[in-house]
Design a protein around this ligand. Structure first.
Ligand code: PEP
Ligand code: CO
Length: 459
């Protein structure tokens, strides 16, 4: 059904069909929460979103690479726990995730000699789209888990009642997380002279950990060489601070709308819940609420493209989400599966190129490669690599810049994805399977992937 033309506003999505939204049981409480969210300060500043967009413009032009990575679903529980030594678990978890991101970025930057734009799935990744609306619990079928911004993950019907108050909690935890990310990345932790310190103990002893140590030593030698040549490293801020930007799927439109503010400098609307937001594969219908909402905010936007998207649909999405064809505004994140990417990707690449849309092409090699093993959802490292290889090959054949990757990983030594140099096998899955939603690469698998990716980029 065609929708009548109307001017965009932060609430104009309400005139469209919004898929994957929770059923809030109480309208009055929802309205109260929306009003309170609206009164809270923005989490990010519009000028930062513009900086990310211009950095993505460099990616679109083939002069940089996007590393977008983080948890599948962040967990409220992380903020309620202590570690074995009595430290705040969330602080450790954020630090460890940052270390891996910095390690992966160092491997890619050094390996491919290209600037790497670092965007976390962090500080707001609390809402999940789901394929099925119910799941099996011990006492029968219950509403499927949709993320902690909506309800609790306990497998009971009572826990799965949507509670809008959780959007306020999600906002607060996002603020706390973003604050620590900013502190770590600007306060010395991300200093390139710390390049060895990012290697965690349980990673350092592994094959990829040792390879990383070697690379870190080479970086140190390069820095020492520059210092010996008389370059004042202390006066070079790029060596001492990095930008790690935030992103999440812009799924929960009540929340995103409430965080959308008009920038006082440009007069434009920005969704100030994160620097970059993406529309998921399940909510990208052309006339749907998500495309309507994100067509009007000025943040850099991603859109996930699964096997069901046609080239014509993708070109139309580009037109709706980036009518002014601003390089860096739109990132197309393909997730087609290791087996199908080779066939499905070239027509998509050609259609967008021939329509003269300049987008960032990124590959999510995770989401179309899941399968069940003994009731656990998992992914094989080899399938993840195979989709990445198919992505690079197709981009090169079509003379399109393979601009980035989109990954799910954790800093912990979990056993959720199979394979990698330190083989995780099917019988290991039960050992540490902790994800709330999709299986994530563990720290070693992430580093392993970064080295292989750097090789692909160099080729
Ligand atoms: C995700 O990124 O966690 C996700 C659900 O992705 P997709 O929309 O690609 O399925
Ligand atoms: Co996921």
């Amino acid at each position: 059904m065609a929708v009548v033309d109307q001017a965009w506003s932060p609430s104009s999505w309400r005139g469209r069909e919004a898929l994957q939204q929770p059923e809030w049981p109480d309208d009055a409480r929802l309205e109260d929460v929306k009003r309170r969210l609206h009164a809270l300060p923005p989490l990010v500043f519009a000028g930062e979103a513009r900086q990310v967009q211009s950095a993505l413009g460099e990616v679109a032009a083939g002069r940089a690479f996007l590393l977008q990575a983080g948890d599948c679903a962040e967990s409220f529980h992380d903020y309620e726990r202590l570690t074995e030594t009595g430290a705040a678990y969330a602080a450790v978890s954020i630090r460890e995730r940052l270390k891996i991101l910095l390690q992966m970025a160092a491997v890619l930057t050094y390996g491919a000699a290209l600037p790497v734009l670092k965007v976390g799935r962090i500080a707001g990744q609390f809402a999940k789209p789901r394929t099925s609306s119910t799941e099996h619990g011990p006492d029968g079928d219950i509403p499927v888990f949709r993320g902690h911004m909506i309800h609790d993950d306990a497998p009971t019907a009572a826990a799965r009642v949507a509670d809008p108050e959780r959007m306020i909690a999600g906002y607060n935890l996002s603020a706390a997380t973003l604050n620590l990310v900013r502190a770590f990345t600007k306060g010395g932790f991300a200093d390139l002279t710390q390049v060895h310190a990012w290697n965690q103990d349980f990673v350092a002893s592994s094959q990829q950990g040792k390879r990383y140590e070697q690379l870190a030593s080479e970086i140190e030698r390069a820095l020492a060489f520059m210092a010996a040549c008389g370059i004042d490293l202390g006066a070079t801020p790029q060596l001492h601070q990095v930008d790690v930007w935030t992103s999440h799927e812009g799924l929960l439109l009540d929340y995103e709308e409430a965080l959308t503010r008009r920038d006082s400098l440009s007069g434009d609307w920005y969704d100030c819940s994160a620097h970059m937001l993406w529309v998921g594969d399940r909510t990208r219908e052309l006339d749907g609420a998500h495309v309507e909402f994100f067509s009007g905010v000025h943040n850099p936007i991603g859109v996930k493209i699964g096997p069901s998207a046609s080239p014509e649909e993708l070109v139309e999405l580009c037109a709706r989400l980036n009518p002014d064809r601003i390089p860096g505004r739109l990132t197309v994140i393909t997730r087609l599966g290791a087996e199908r990417a080779e066939d499905l990707l070239p027509p998509l690449l050609r259609a967008v190129r021939d329509a003269k849309h300049q987008v960032v092409w990124a590959c999510d090699p995770m989401h179309a490669n899941a399968f069940l093993s003994g009731g656990r959802k998992t992914r094989h490292f080899d399938a993840i690599m195979a989709e990445l290889e198919a992505f690079f090959a197709a981009c090169r054949a079509e003379r399109v810049w393979p601009g980035g990757v989109h990954l799910e990983y954790t800093g912990e030594d979990v056993t959720e994805c199979l394979g990698g140099s330190e083989q995780v096998s099917e019988e290991h899955l039960d050992r540490r399977y902790e994800t709330l939603c999709d299986p994530r690469l563990n720290a070693r698998q992430s580093l392993d992937l970064a080295f292989r990716l750097a090789e692909l980029m160099r080729r």
